[in-house]
Structure formats: C-alpha cells, structure tokens
Design a protein. Structure first.
Length: 435
C-alpha cells in the first residue's frame, strides 16, 4: 500500500505533485511518503495487537534521519547492524533502549558503544561473539543482554542473495546446537540471556516459511524459557511487498485492483503466527525493513536520451545503478511510470543509466509508454535498499531525498556536492602538483 498515484494525469506523492519536487530539487531524486511509512508500521502493529510485541524497524533498508524519526515517533524500535546505525538512531531521535544489534561482524568498539547506550539486546551470531561480548561487558562492569540467532535451516523460497536461514549461509548458529550454546553462555558472568532470535530471509511472499520456521523453533524456545528465563523471541523481518503493480486508470489507487493485491498482508501474517506464539508468554519482536519502507519511496529520474540500436529501444536516464542497485544486484523488478500520464501504444523499452556497466539498467524489454527526451519517470517501490545502497561509482554524487507529508514537503538529504565525493582524498607527499 502507498500514497503515490495519478491525479488528473499528473503523478503525486500524497498531496504534492512529484514534478513540482523535481523542479525544486532536481533529479535523480528519492521521494518518501510519511503517510505510507506510518500506515505500514501501524497496520503491522495493529495486526499483532493480540500479542505482546515490539517492532524494530530494520534501518538498513532506509536509514534517512527523517524516515527514522517518523517511525520513532510512531513508537518503533530499530534493528541496527553497526555502530554507525546506532549513532543514527540517536541522531534521528530514536530510543537506543529499543534497539537490537544484529550482524556477524561486531567489533569490540561497536559492542562497547552499544553497551554504553543500553541497547535492548545483541543478536549474537557465533560463540566467539558471545565470549567477546562477555569480555567487553566485564570491562565495563555491565551485564550484556543477548539473544542467540538460531539458524532453523528452512528454505525461505526467495532470491538466493537474500536467503539467510539455511546452513548454506553465514548467519546464526545451527538449530541442533543451540541448547549447548545457551548452557555454555549461561556460565559467562557478564551476559544476560534475554532472548532468542531468527531471520530466515527477505522479500518472502508467502506466510508458509515463517510459520514453518516458528513451528520448528518453538519447542526449543519453550525449553530456553524454562531453563534460562528468556524474555523475548524475535522472529526477524522479511515480509515481502508487491513490486509489480500496474497503474490503474483515473484517480483510483492501483492496489485496489484485484490483480495488484498485496501478497502478504499484515492480517495473513498475524493470522498464521499469533496462534503459534500466543501461549508462549514471551515478548515477540519483529524486524521488518522492506515491508515498512519499500513502497513508501520512489526514485525520480529524467530521460536524457532515447537511443535505438538494432532492435532495441533505450531510454537513457540520469539515475543509474549507483542510485538504485537492486536491478543490477538482484535482478529485481521495479515498476516504472512517467510523471505525466501518457496514452497510446506502448513501446518495448530498456531504461538504463549512464554508468559504464552492462548491469546498469532499471528494466529490460518492458512495454512502456513512449518516452522522449526530457520526460521524467518514477521508479516505484524504491524506499527499501535504495538510497542506502547508493554509491559514488563513476564519481556521481548521491541523490537528494525528500519527505512528503500531506501537502508539505521537506528536503531531508541535500544532493551531495561533487567536491565532497573526494573530500577525504589527498595527493601523496611525493606527487608533483600543478602550481
Ligand atoms: C535485513 C534484515 C532484516 C530486515 O529484512 P527485510 O526483508 O527488509 O524485512 C531483519 N532482520 C535481520 C537480521 C536482517 O538481516
């Protein structure tokens, strides 16, 4: 669900015309809808109200301060994966005591900082990490709250680069060995065994793998609760969203079209999981990223050239894989629409960026309205794993970002200046400089 739609043939984010934002801030431009962010959070929160639960937004999907502040104001905690992310939570006005710290590579410095900020729990990925956290906590004379990430060895049936819950990948500790790990960890004096965690993958479009993983881990969770008094069970993130949603005509929101319905609704998710988790008597954490931010953002770009080669028709745009790498990285599909609605026959088009890589594309052989130089397009569902994965490859600056709230809009990330791309670089002292 989201708040991007045509009104009288012009594309809008909530009450603001997207074209007016491009005029003001240039392109490429990320635009986020505050209403969509809040409603995605709220719908999930409401669906789970039958459970003692907490939502920790996976900020790696979108860590813009204004986006995070919006979610913090709605009550969200955060799933962080680095000291930088935890510092961002604080900068965005979020509450570090509502944060869980994930990731396989936590450094001593990161652990120390997180302990000083009194985070809710470390989601621990290995036994050496448990020992390290214990050691750092003991130096600080603290007890570190930890949860061990269990790898349930369940195939999430998603893209291999975003599957995390099988023994083929680096995440978590094997299901069969978890009890022993907790037994050994319980002897480490500066640890507080607070919970257990799992996360089986991203962009899951069915509820089945979630339910299968929860069912598989549940008996173990009950044992850990009885033996070690754990307080929470985090079932991870991974709720998928609809990327393929053709625009309806008129002012109708296109998700109302039957073929564009949401694949995995909060209701479906909650209906399958609440009965399994209700009797457990633990706080249930979830760590959704994409579900909250994905359809809340678009990337707007301008067509620089139309180029025909042999039987191909290319629209070369001013955004590129450095702005949105998902198609290059995961072969992902993003809906592309012109900011001014066009009628007439569609033309098979490759929308590509200007970077010197063949993987620099946004779509291939897609029937699109006939684009011409100067047209602006919106690449939809770009709010998750979009700007956060941006780079300055080809010395292209990071895109600007705007947050829309009703009829208001605010620039929430300035377009990076070109000079700042190399501001931390310098010549070697022995170099011959031009005077
Ligand atoms: C990436 C990640 C998430 C969020 O994944 P989404 O698919 O964006 O919901 C949650 N938990 C962990 C541990 C992750 O690595």
């Amino acid at each position: 669900m989201h708040d991007f739609r045509y009104i009288d043939g012009r594309f809008y984010c909530e009450g603001v015309s997207v074209e007016s934002l491009v005029k003001k801030h240039g392109s490429p431009l990320y635009i986020y809808s505050q209403k969509t962010l809040v409603s995605n959070y709220q719908r999930l929160d409401d669906a789970l109200k039958g459970l003692d639960h907490r939502i920790c937004f996976a900020m790696k999907s979108n860590s813009n301060l204004a986006v995070m502040n919006t979610l913090a104001s709605s009550g969200s905690g955060f799933d962080v994966v680095s000291e930088g992310e935890l510092r961002r939570v604080i900068a965005a006005g979020g509450d570090p005591t509502k944060c869980v710290f994930a990731g396989v590579g936590k450094t001593e410095q990161e652990i120390r900082y997180a302990l000083e900020q009194n985070i809710y729990a470390f989601n621990v990925e290995s036994e050496p990490e448990l020992e390290r956290i214990n050691r750092v906590a003991s130096k600080l004379k603290k007890k570190a709250p930890v949860a061990v990430r269990v790898n349930p060895n369940i195939d999430a049936n998603t893209h291999s680069k975003i599957t995390t819950g099988t023994y083929e990948n680096k995440f978590g500790i094997a299901f069969e060995t978890i009890e022993g790990v907790y037994a050994r960890a319980s002897k480490l004096k500066n640890l507080h065994l607070r919970g257990i965690q799992m996360h089986i993958g991203s962009q899951l479009t069915e509820v089945k793998p979630f339910a299968a993983a929860v069912s598989k881990v549940l008996p173990l969770v009950e044992k850990l609760k009885a033996s070690f008094g754990i307080e929470f069970f985090s079932i991870g993130g991974g709720l998928g969203i609809v990327y393929q949603q053709a625009l309806a005509s008129g002012t109708n929101a296109w998700w109302k079209r039957p073929e564009a319905k949401e694949i995995l609704t909060p209701a479906i998710y909650a209906q399958a999981l609440i009965p399994l988790l209700k009797g457990l008597g633990l706080c249930i954490l979830i760590e959704p990223g994409r579900f909250i931010s994905g359809n809340a953002g678009i990337l707007v770009s301008r067509v620089e050239y139309i180029k025909r080669t042999g039987n191909k028709n290319f629209a070369i745009v001013d955004a590129a894989m450095n702005d949105l790498v998902r198609p290059a990285f995961y072969d992902s599909f993003h809906e592309i629409v012109p900011l001014r609605r066009k009628t007439g026959v569609k033309v098979s088009t490759d929308v590509v960026g200007g970077i010197c890589e063949s993987s620099d594309y946004f779509c291939k052989d897609r029937p699109l309205p006939k684009l011409v130089e100067g047209d602006c397009i919106a690449i939809l569902s770009a709010g998750a794993y979009g700007s956060v994965m941006g780079s300055t490859y080809n010395s292209r600056s990071l895109a600007a970002e705007v947050l829309v709230n009703g009829k208001k809009s605010a620039l929430v990330r300035q377009r990076q200046s070109l000079e700042s791309i190399w501001q931390y670089e310098s010549l070697a002292p022995w170099s011959t400089t031009r005077e």
